[in-house]
Design a protein around this ligand. Sequence first.
Ligand code: NDP
Length: 290
Amino acid sequence: MTPARVLAGPPAADALLSDVAARAARLPRPPHLAMVRLGDDPASVSYVRGKDRRAREVGLGSAVYALPETTPQAELLALIARLNADDAVSGILVQLPLPAHVSEQAVLHAIDPRKDVDGFHPLNVGELWAGRPTLIPCTPAGILYLLDLYGLPVAGQRAVVVGRSPIVGRPTAALLLARDATVTLAHSRTRDLGAVTREADLLVVAVGQPHLITPEMVRPGATVIDVGINRVPGGPGGKAHLTGDVHPDVAGVAGAITPVPGGVGPLTIAALLANTVTAAEMQAGRRVPG
Ligand code: NDP
């Protein structure tokens, strides 16, 4: 069988980012993204720095509020209230995870849904499941953009999403359903996972378990989207390297597959910036989201 077509993320992310830059330039003032993080977790520091850099590169305003890990919840909520009320702020992102003394739910509920560029506010979650246009979580939005850019069909496809987290699996299932796929959502309690995944024309895997999906679990010719980012030993010089949830040998069975790294990852930041522009357009009365 011919090897799978590789769905490279960086060119898709670049295409989305040039659209973001063009839309941003048409607005009366640059959309502005406010990002809040608590503490110095290296992964969070690096994610926020990457988002800040990319935002500026495409002509968006960006500000990072780096608060001490011990910041009381009330103080964080007061900052969110100020950002909600500030007309110069188009989008608000609070980097997760939060320290244990802060309620993630309280924080996500406090963000104005019209500025909720992560798409985690319950109002936006509900709109997405109702199939109405809304601000959509970034990784699922990036996956759909990637599929569209590479001309892969969604409507009418049998889609299986493995993983049901609120940030990836669930919203991806909702989005695929809204785009007329026939969707199954699998998880750690699914019986005979391979029998379920073999049904898929379109298989999205967001689990966090290296190489969980092996070739015999994939229908020949299926499109496979590997969201997993796992740090495993065995890289050059004994360092850790990144690998996905899908075994590399699946490339010999699938019709199309995203690599890790360099697949879905780059689209997540691009989708965040697209959401920031969408939020700014909504606030300027120029569009409904979607
Ligand atoms: P979570 O840990 O929040 O969720 C994992 C999901 O996988 C759960 O629903 C869990 O089921 C399910 N699961 C765990 N083990 C199995 C198994 N053996 N069989 C079937 N299902 C299983 O992870 P996230 O959704 O946050 O992230 C998933 C992966 O995606 C991670 O590797 C993460 O690093 C990566 N990621 C990548 C992004 C990107 O931009 N590319 C963005 C976000 C995440 P249950 O609910 O039953 O426990």
